[in-house]
Design a binder for this molecule. Structure first.
Ligand SMILES: Nc1ncnc2c1ncn2[C@@H]1O[C@H](COP(=O)(O)OP(=O)(O)OP(=O)(O)O)[C@@H](O)[C@H]1O
Ligand SMILES: [Mg+2]
Length: 326
């Protein structure tokens, strides 16, 4: 049975509109009921929680952007979107996709894990070259989990005065604990770097230490994703704080073919030799291949003579855009 503190906490969370804490208390109550052998009550509570969340999200979706818009000082630190992307739209090596699917599963089944004293994965680091899907993955995870995507605005966060930066970081982490969402620290080396051009090394260190501390202390239900092009710049102390560290890379031949096929999927492609084209796309990122496809499709669509999609047009666009002579 619920104890008096839990009932009080529920009422308080409701009054303050703190959904994330409300659900976490409710989940604790379900876990307690299960422990005491009231499995039917535990199951009913879990179903009620899931239904309430589903309704809450639908409400959020219908009001989109207007709700949960960061206000006050937070407005310059976070921007929020409600993505609809799915992981299936990100082309990934099997191993990477499996790791991301595991994170999604653990998040979807978090009640079950928490009841058994386990925490779902929720802190991940993506690293790899530009245009390989790091931001797209963060967006797709938000879409899969029906969570708002909060992107940390580095311009607002990093100021000349590092003491200020640490205080702003605290504000962001308070929001992370208060409002469940996916929090995306892009260009993370700006915070997590062990090297610095600043003379004031001590101050930079303080910002990094604050981040490490907040990351460790934060036991909210939000997901924190950091992304960088430059893993070598990151302080090694960071690595063990993440539940998963996922590498992104430019596509190999098979993934390049998949990207081309994906981009051209609604066009007549019988004249295309994908093996040849993927060879021409060697060393290009996913984003670059997508751009080439986009250039090609625009050309086809706008051509008065009903030009057909063929290898030459694609190859010309590769050469033009990247000035290569593959
Ligand atoms: N793995 C991928 N699968 C499908 N499309 C991709 C993939 N990677 C990149 N793209 C395409 O390129 C665009 C840019 O990719 P994205 O912003 O995710 O790159 P990034 O890894 O975050 O790069 P950066 O390091 O520059 O931030 C995407 O919106 C998408 O159109
Ligand atoms: Mg990015």
């Amino acid at each position: 049975m619920a104890n008096a503190d839990q009932v009080k906490a529920l009422i308080k969370c409701h009054a303050e509109g703190d959904d994330s804490r409300f659900y976490s208390v409710a989940i604790q109550m379900a876990a307690q009921a299960a422990k005491l052998g009231h499995s039917r009550l535990a199951e009913e509570l879990r179903t009620l929680i899931d239904q309430a969340k589903e309704k809450g999200f639908k409400r959020l979706e219908s009001n989109t952007v207007h709700i949960n818009q960061p206000r006050g000082e937070l407005a310059g630190l976070l921007s929020v979107t409600y993505p609809k992307e799915r992981l299936s739209s990100v082309i990934l090596p099997e191993n990477t996709e499996n790791r991301l699917r595991r994170l999604i599963l653990e998040q979807r089944q978090k009640v079950k894990l928490l009841e058994n004293g386990l925490t779902p994965r929720r802190k991940v680091l993506f690293f790899g070259p530009p245009g390989t899907g790091k931001t797209l993955t963060a967006t797709a995870l938000a879409g899969e989990l029906h969570l708002p995507l909060y992107t940390i605005l580095l311009d607002g966060l990093i100021t000349k005065y590092m003491g200020e930066t640490a205080a702003k970081l605290r504000l962001i982490f308070e929001n992370i604990d208060r409002v469940r969402g996916i929090y995306f620290f892009d260009e993370f080396d700006a915070i997590g770097s062990h090297r610095t051009n600043s003379n004031d090394v001590g101050e930079i260190r303080r910002v990094l230490n604050s981040f490490l501390q907040f990351l460790e202390q934060s036991n909210s239900q939000s997901i924190i994703i950091a992304a960088t092009n430059n893993i070598d710049l990151l302080d090694k102390a960071l690595f063990r704080r993440f539940d998963d560290i996922i590498e992104y890379d430019i596509p190999d031949e098979l993934l390049a073919i998949e990207t081309l096929k994906n981009c051209f999927s609604s066009f007549d492609t019988k004249c295309l030799d994908y093996t040849l084209l993927s060879e021409k796309c060697k060393n290009l990122s996913f984003a670059e291949i997508c751009k080439v496809c986009e250039d090609t499709l625009k050309q086809i669509i706008l051509d008065d003579n009903n030009k057909k999609l063929c290898n030459d047009i694609v190859i010309n666009n590769i050469n033009e855009r990247f000035n290569t002579n593959h």
